[in-house]
Design a binder for this molecule. Structure first.
Ligand code: DAK
Length: 259
């Protein structure tokens, strides 16, 4: 059997590739489970400082949940499938290191939900993104309504989910659905440059930032500020904070050690 998820490392960047190109990388249960295991492994590996997620085959990031598999599910199985996907995407969102979606083509339905669970999204100008579930008589089942609302606000979230119509990459950037759009030919280089820059930053500071932004998105400003200052105190006591400040003062590049 071929690997559903390919994993390779470029220096401190782990590249994960959903590998079902003949099905435009559609997500079935086994692929969701393999992705979960791959993210667990990336989280546990101290040598990995940033993760890039993409799709194989050059045409799609991920074209959605596997409709053929989904069409055979009972209600109970559909709930389990939804829980499996939600668990994976929560796991990704709460990763202690930054995760970048390299959106190299269609990101539809569960595929866009997957991209939205990443911390940053960079898209090829040829990519198309959308939540077409409504056209199948469904609604997003991996947290898509909730993450889209938080990313782009109510008006655009309602437009994308109620019409089901995909948007091109430029519109996705205007909505704030992706951080950056680059020519398709430059996508890999631009993504790896971004990921390498992230990987060079202090891991414990990034972890604290990921936590603070996540917590802040779910609570009021006073609780969020308190959380931020607690994280600041914690990070301030690390070797990497000493190293970062000393490197600045010594006019040299810092070398962070995750301590
Ligand atoms: N699932 C299964 N197979 C898919 C697929 C998908 N989402 N997308 C593409 N494929 C397969 C095609 O069936 C075809 O397979 P073969 O016939 O060759 O065996 C192959 O990939 C190539 O696709 P096309 O021949 O269709 O390629 P085209 O270039 O003509 O079109 C396309 C590309 C992306 C426009 C088209 O494939 C397309 O419209 N795909 C479906 C996109 C879509 O509707 N995605 C959203 C899926 S729904 C829930 C949990 C989760 C969800 C909902 C509920 N709960 C449990 C409650 C999430 C739902 C979704 O994601």
């Amino acid at each position: 059997m071929t690997d559903l998820i390919l994993a390779s490392d470029r220096d401190a960047v782990r590249i994960l590739t959903v590998n079902r190109p003949d099905k435009l990388n559609a997500l079935d249960g086994a692929t969701l489970q393999a992705l979960h295991a791959a993210f667990d492994a990336a989280a546990d590996d101290d040598a990995v400082r940033a993760v890039v997620l993409t799709g194989a085959g050059g045409k799609a990031f991920v074209a959605g949940a596997d409709i053929a598999r989904m069409s055979t599910l009972s209600a109970v199985e559909a709930r389990d499938f939804s829980l499996l996907g939600q668990r994976l995407m929560r796991r990704m969102e709460r990763m202690p290191k930054p995760v970048v979606a390299m959106v190299n083509g269609y990101a539809l339905g569960g595929g866009l939900e997957l991209a939205m669970a990443c911390h940053l999204r960079i898209a090829a100008d040829s990519a198309r993104l959308g939540l077409p579930e409504v056209t199948l008589g469904l609604l997003p089942g991996f947290g898509g309504t909730q993450r889209l609302l938080r990313l782009v606000g109510r008006a655009a979230a309602l437009e994308l989910t109620l019409t089901g119509a995909p948007v091109d990459a430029a519109r996705a950037r205007d909505l704030g659905l992706v951080n950056r759009v680059v020519p398709a030919a430059d996508l890999e280089a631009a993504t790896m440059e971004l990921a390498a820059a992230l990987a060079a930053n202090a891991p414990l500071a990034m972890r604290a930032i990921l936590d603070a932004i996540h917590v802040g998105g779910e609570c009021g400003i006073d609780d969020g500020l308190e959380y931020e200052s607690a994280q600041f105190g914690l990070v301030f006591s690390t070797d990497d904070a000493r190293e970062g400040m000393a490197a600045f003062l010594g006019r040299r590049k810092p070398a962070f050690n995750n301590r």
